[in-house]
Design a protein. Structure first.
Length: 110
C-alpha cells in the first residue's frame, strides 16, 4: 500500500511529537535525581524517588524541590524539609515515594 506525501508527513509529525514528549520527562528525572542526591539522599533512593516524582508533580513543584539543596541529610530530614514548603500534594508525593523506595516495595526502573 502506497502512502501519499501528506500521510507520510502526518506520521512523521506524530512520531516527532511522541519523541519530544518523552524527552522533557527524562531530562526532568535526571535533574530531580541530581537534586535529591545533592540534598543528601542515597543514589538508589534518589533514582527511585525521581522516577515517581517526575510522573506525578508539576515542573513548578519539581523546581521547589530542586531549591532544597543543602547539607547532607537522611530521608526523614528531607521529608521534614519538604513539609515546610507548604504544598500538600508535593509532600504527599514525596512521602509516598520515600516510603516505597526506602522499604524496597518500589525499586529503580532500569
Amino acid at each position: 500500500m502506497r502512502m501519499g506525501p501528506g500521510v507520510r508527513l502526518g506520521l512523521c509529525l506524530v512520531a516527532a511529537c511522541a519523541i519530544s514528549a518523552c524527552a522533557p520527562a527524562k531530562l526532568a528525572q535526571g535533574r530531580v535525581k541530581s537534586a535529591l542526591i545533592e540534598a543528601g539522599l542515597s543514589d538508589a533512593n534518589a533514582a527511585c524517588m525521581a522516577d515517581r516524582m517526575t510522573d506525578l508533580l508539576s515542573i513548578g513543584q519539581l523546581q521547589k524541590l530542586q531549591a532544597l539543596q543543602g547539607p547532607k541529610r537522611g530521608l526523614a530530614d528531607y521529608v521534614a524539609t519538604v513539609r515546610r514548603i507548604g504544598d500538600a500534594e508535593l509532600l504527599g508525593v514525596t512521602t509516598g515515594a520515600a516510603a516505597l523506595c526506602a522499604t524496597g516495595f518500589a525499586s529503580e526502573r532500569r
